[in-house]
Design a protein. Structure first.
Length: 100
């Protein structure tokens, strides 16, 4: 209801007769668990952890993400998954040899 002032200054309650507001848009879906999102350094840490816990096939891609911290990499190393050992070997070799 809306309050409106009459000519004499008194206020009365009246029902609004405008259109109802359209329903708000649904929230955006969570990122799809793809290698692209797993490698993207802009992917939030919470999402990277969710990928590591729920999608073993993405763990090797998380190793390639420069935003993956030591704790996440440790979790991935302990949990394993397809291609994880090879991805970790490549990461450790690149760290060992630096920019040779």
């Amino acid at each position: 209801m809306k309050a409106s002032a009459d000519e004499d200054g008194s206020t009365q309650q009246r029902q609004g007769r405008g259109r109802e507001a359209p329903p708000s848009a649904p929230p955006a879906p969570p990122p799809q668990p793809t290698p692209i999102h797993a490698c993207d350094p802009r992917t939030p840490q919470s999402t990277l952890w969710e990928f590591a816990r729920s999608y073993p096939e993405l763990r090797r891609w998380l190793v390639a993400n420069p935003a993956s911290d030591a704790e996440l990499l440790e979790y991935i190393a302990q949990s394993g998954g397809p291609g994880v050992a090879h991805a970790l070997d490549i990461l450790l070799e690149s760290i060992e040899h630096g920019d040779d």
